[in-house]
Design a protein around this ligand. Structure first.
Ligand SMILES: NC(=O)c1ccc[n+]([C@@H]2O[C@H](COP(=O)([O-])OP(=O)(O)OC[C@H]3O[C@@H](n4cnc5c(N)ncnc54)[C@H](O)[C@@H]3O)[C@@H](O)[C@H]2O)c1
Length: 354
């Protein structure tokens, strides 16, 4: 049984992927700082080896017995990356590269990296870029998050050799249920807003394009990249998307699916301008080279979300844990207070004078 090191395996994507890897007979070792707790590993905890640690500094022994690495760890959206650009760079770029070097030194050839289609973003107003972009398109990411992913990609591509086989998946915006739930991703936000307020809000008129993909399809894409012939994937970048949609169309589709499961939703449109991401991509390469086709539609995923949110009790929608930036800010605040108080409820062993 081949052992895979899954960095960030307790996250939104990682926890679905961990389950899928186990189902396929892989042994799974997870390295995760557990920023969002262990909830994502609820159903797999007794079947995975968990190393609680930081991807920027961990003992080389974490790689013992490992035959392949999948890296889905680090800061995973724009707001958290902008909030602490240094940590973002250390995790998303430097740690990605260092982990690859450590793997290569150990003779671990396969390294699958979680990049993002947000690398293609140019906002609105650039007509020449308002086309279907593919892996060959020139990219000049400006934001901290997409910039750090792009730098990591380049570092990995420079390492391609006879002894190392990195492969990069640029995912569209992911949707669907995960035991480590996120409601800060557009489809999931729509479903959460519909269930909690009966209203979906479209910013900037919902004009922007976005490639989208269900989290179960994403897990299958990683496994495809893990198992593909080296010759097909070494040093390759693949976009992963079910399809591109304007956010306005997405809202209509979400509303229709919700109607079918008895949830009535209004759509409110806000035409105010604010910094928005806008890009659409081709997923033809992963289909032609690897024969990989996402199968889960937005409609199907929305119905599944409604069912599982109810069934597993993820309807405490205001819990900051579901929103990466809110949660990280809260952890920092708690960290500052605990640095002074020493603990939450436990009495300090000696009186402290300040
Ligand atoms: N979710 C999306 O829509 C999407 C789209 C494109 C790309 N991606 C990329 O896919 C990957 C997974 O995204 P996600 O939605 O699962 O994110 P997530 O935030 O839910 O999960 C990230 C995981 O990494 C862990 N982590 C963060 N920093 C760490 C560190 N320094 N050391 C060890 N562990 C650390 C966290 O504890 C968490 O479990 C990320 O690399 C993200 O950038 C996500």
């Amino acid at each position: 049984m081949s052992k895979v090191l899954l960095v960030g395996g307790a996250g939104y994507v990682g926890s679905v992927l961990a389950w899928e890897l186990l189902e396929r007979g892989y042994a799974v070792k997870i390295l995760d700082r557990l920023y969002y707790g262990e909830e994502g590993l609820r159903d797999v905890r007794d079947r995975v080896e968990l190393v609680v640690g930081d991807m920027r500094a961990f003992p080389a022994s974490v790689l013992d017995g490992v035959e392949a690495v999948i890296n889905v760890g680090g800061l995973s959206n724009d707001p958290t990356a902008e909030y602490n650009t240094q940590a973002n760079y250390e995790m998303n770029t430097v740690a990605t590269k260092t982990l690859a070097q450590m793997a290569r030194e150990r003779g671990i050839r396969r390294y699958v990296f979680a990049s993002s289609c947000s690398i293609y973003d140019r906002g609105v107003g650039d007509e020449e870029r308002d086309i279907l972009l593919d892996e060959e398109s020139a990219v000049h990411p400006k934001a901290a998050y997409s910039g750090s992913k792009h730098q990591a990609e380049r570092a990995l591509l420079e390492m391609v050799g006879d002894d190392f086989c990195p492969v990069i998946l640029r995912k569209g915006t992911v949707f669907g249920f995960s035991p480590r739930m996120r409601y800060d991703l557009v489809v999931n936000t729509f479903v959460k807003d519909a269930l909690s307020k009966g209203v979906i809000t479209l910013h900037y008129g919902g004009e922007m394009w976005r490639p989208l993909v269900d989290v179960r399809d994403v897990a299958r894409a990683y496994i495809t990249a893990l198992e593909a012939d080296e010759a097909k994937i070494k040093g390759q970048i693949f976009n992963v998307s079910y399809g591109n949609m304007r956010i306005s169309e997405l809202a209509l589709r979400v509303r229709e699916s919700l109607k079918e499961v008895g949830v009535k939703t209004e759509i409110k449109v806000d035409y105010g301008y604010r910094g928005i991401r806008n890009y659409r991509v081709s997923a033809a390469k992963i289909s032609s080279v690897l024969g990989f086709h996402p199968v889960v539609s937005v409609e199907e995923s929305v119905k599944d979300l409604v069912e599982k949110i109810g069934k597993y009790g993820y309807n405490d929608f205001d819990n900051p844990r579901y929103y990466n930036i809110r949660w990280m800010k809260l952890l920092e605040e708690a960290d500052r207070i605990i640095a002074v108080t020493g603990s939450v409820f436990a009495a300090p062993s000696q009186g402290t004078t300040r």
